[in-house]
Design a protein around this ligand. Sequence first.
Ligand SMILES: [Zn+2]
Length: 346
Amino acid sequence: MYGVSRFLLLAFFSLASAAILKADPLGLVLPTKNTAIFSSDPSKFYMYTNRNFEGVNSKPWEGGTYGFSRNGKRTSIGIVNTRLHEGIDIKPVSRDSSGNPLDSVRAISRGTVVYVNSTSSHSNYGKYIVVHHDWGDGPFFSLYAHLSSASIKTGQKVNAGDTIAKMGYTGAGIDRTRAHVHVELNMLMSDRFQSWYDRHFTSKNNHGIFNGFNLSGLDIAALFKMHKANPNISIPEFLANHEEPYYKVGVPKNGKLDIIRRYPWLGRNMNKALGAKSWEFTFARNGIPLSVSPSSKSLKYPAVTWVKSMQTNHSYMTVSRISGTGSSASLTASGSRYIQLISEGF
Ligand SMILES: [Zn+2]
C-alpha cells in the first residue's frame, strides 16, 4: 500500500513538473505599453508609412505591419507588395510637449543582451539592441530599433517586460512624427557571417554577427497572436502552422550544415544524410527556412528544385531571391548570396 501510494505521488509530481516546464515556453510579452495589436483597431498599434502609389500619397497603418506590406507594384495578378518588412512598427502611446515619444521599450521574453549599437549613423536601424533567447529550439534574437537610448549593456540578463530602452526616431527614413520602435524576432543565418560579408561588401561591418543581413525575421505579429491563443506554442510549431512553403533550393553537400546544428528541428529524414549528395531547403516567401532534407540528387551549384506556381514574376513574391514565372524559377544574384550564407557555402 505504502509503495503504491509513494509511486502514485511520484508519478503525480513528475507529471506536474512536466506540465510546469511545458507551460508558456516562450513567455512572450509585448515590447511597449501599446496593446492594440489584440484590439479591433490595429491602426492604434502600427505606425503608418508614407506611401506614394502611382502619384497618390497616403499614410497606411498597414505599412507598419510585418510582411509584404510595402512598395506596391501593379502586376498581372493585381497589386503585389514587393518589399518585405521583417518586423513591426509600434506607435508610441505617450509623448512630451515637443512630440518626443516617452514610451519605455521592454524585452519581449527572458534572455541575454548580446548587442547594443549606440551609434545611430552606423545602421538604418539607428540605435538598436539585440537580445538572445534560449527557448530550447536553438537561438532566437529579438531586435529593437530606432531607439532614443539604451538602458542596458551587452552581457546583461533580462526578464520578460524589463525596460531596456527608450523609444526614439534614430536611423534612416524616420522622424519625430513617425517615431516608433521597430521590433523583430530573428533566426541567425551564420556564425561565420564576417567571412561572407567580406566576400560581398567593401564597407565596414560594425555589428559583428548581429548585422541585419545575418538575421531573418519571423512573423512576430502572428506569433504574438498565436501565443495569446495558445501559450504552450513553440517556434517550430508556430512555423509549421503559420508559414507555407513557396520554393525549394538544392545545395551540393559538403559535410554537415551548421544551420541544422543550430536548429535541429529543421532537419527531416536525417537518417538518410550519410549517403546524400545534396541538401534540399524549403523556404517560405519571406526567406525563412522551414525544413532541410538530404537528397540523392547530384548538383554542381545551388538551384531551385521546386516553386509554387504563380502567374506573376516570382521576384515580386520573394524579395527578388528567385525569378521566373509559373512553375519554373531560378536563383537571382541576391538569392545565391542568401543561399551561400545559410548553407555556409563560402
Ligand atoms: Zn519597421
